[in-house]
Design a protein around this ligand. Structure first.
Ligand code: ZN
Length: 426
């Protein structure tokens, strides 16, 4: 009997020790950068490994390692190759997945670069990448082995590091969320202007709750990546420029959609700098931008709506928030089918509303909440969200994720962002 107790006590002690040492047990203080190619068409998709590299430090979280912050449209799971223990997970969305919904994807196959940062394992691991469709079915999956001793893992960021300047330094990289603001379409001679624009982006972000009250959990670094030409490419005007990341408007023939598909070059510019989230500022007064969850925000720095737009896009890329705007004529779209609960925390199809903000709605609030007396109901259930006027709902009449004029995130977006910041930092 006594022996049994002792054994139990030992087991508990061991378990405690494993938990406390998990990061150091499985990982070293370096980053494993994995570059993938997502290829295919609307019918069939494939994931390929492009290149593996190693970066000098690990700036990400060292706790909640095997948990996902959000479900995302894609997931990465790293397992210990010997015993199969899940040692790290992360989620993302990809431009490739958006492209699969376009007409072009029905007639041709294309390949898209995707780069992810993982903690560098001490021992051999298996890494699994999964892409989901809008019904949460697996679209493509790749499992590959990574041996940390592999001599072909390229070392990056050790000699040539892009010039950079901290705009906010709250603490060490492993304790804070590290945001890099990167220059696109700024020549060497325009870098003072870039640093001023980056400062404006930073001020706008931390002017919004919950970023304002949780500012001490963030580091923000501005990275002066130079371009040959000033400005960015605008295909509809036949203006093509040679810029650091080759970004352009009219992504998928949508005039305002500004993106880059040169993810490897973007990450190369950041090698040697501690970063987890990326904001690319484009040197143009054209209106546009985009934000892709755990990939990047890209927005234009000299448009009059720069301040709200950069925060809106960061809501996508950092917070995994959905757009809350919609089009009256659009009653259904393939991106958010109404028979599935979307993973984004600020929209619902009511398939599983309890998993969203049901708990935040005051008793007596009519559901759905009529839009004509929105002043009475700060948090309710307003129909129209995520591009669709019917079948998708948002929490508040207005929000940073709906319009540029409204000054704040709605309470539901604020809670979702706060939870995410806590996940990364506690
Ligand atoms: Zn919102």
């Amino acid at each position: 009997m006594k022996k049994k107790h002792l054994l139990l006590a030992c087991l508990c002690l061991c378990l405690g020790a494993v938990k406390a040492q998990t990061f150091e047990h499985y990982f070293t203080d370096r980053t494993l950068r994995v570059d993938y190619l997502f290829t295919g068409n609307a019918e069939r998709q494939t994931i390929c490994v492009d290149e593996l590299s190693s970066l000098p430090r690990w700036a990400g979280r060292r706790h909640h390692l095997s948990e996902l912050p959000l479900a995302g449209n894609g997931q990465i799971t790293m397992k210990d190759a010997t015993d199969g223990t899940v040692i790290y997970r992360t989620s993302f969305s990809a431009l490739f997945q958006e492209w699969l919904e376009t007409d072009e994807a029905r007639t041709t196959a294309k390949g898209f670069e995707n780069t992810f940062l993982l903690p560098f394992p001490r021992r051999a691991v298996s890494v699994e990448v999964t892409l989901f469709d809008s019904h949460r079915q697996v679209r493509a999956r790749l499992q590959h082995r990574v041996d940390p001793e592999d001599i072909l893992i390229r070392r990056k960021g050790e000699t040539h590091v892009c010039p950079h300047r901290y705009l906010l330094k709250s603490g060490q990289a492993d304790r804070c969320i590290d945001v890099a603001i990167v220059a696109e379409g700024y020549t060497e001679a325009e870098m003072d202007m870039f640093y001023r624009d980056a400062q404006t982006a930073c001020e706008s972000l931390f002017g919004h709750e919950p970023f304002r009250s949780m500012k001490e959990r963030f580091n923000v670094v501005a990275v002066a990546s130079p371009s040959e030409d000033s400005g960015v490419s605008i295909p509809r005007l036949s203006e093509w420029r040679s810029t650091a990341f080759g970004s352009h408007f009219s992504t998928f023939y949508s005039d305002r959609y500004l993106t880059t598909s040169h993810l490897k070059t973007l990450h190369d510019a950041l090698a040697g700098i501690d970063y987890e989230h990326i904001i690319v500022l484009a040197n143009t007064d054209e209106y546009g931008g985009g934000g892709i969850y755990n990939s990047y925000t890209l927005t234009t720095a000299h448009h009059k709506d720069f301040r709200p737009v950069v925060v809106h896009e960061f809501g996508h890329s950092f917070g995994g928030l959905a757009d809350e705007y919609f089009y009256d004529e659009d009653v259904m779209n393939d991106t958010y089918p109404t028979d599935v609960e979307p993973w984004e925390q600020n929209v619902t199809t009511r398939v599983d509303f309890a998993s969203k903000w049901q708990d935040m709605i005051p008793e007596g609030t009519p559901l759905p909440t009529p839009a004509d007396n929105f002043n009475m109901h700060e948090v309710g259930l307003y129909e129209g969200a995520a591009y669709s006027a019917r079948g998708l709902y948002r929490a508040s009449y207005n929000c940073r994720m709906r319009t540029n004029e409204y000054p704040a995130f709605c309470p539901v977006c604020q809670r979702a962002l706060r939870r995410l910041i806590e996940f990364y930092t506690e």
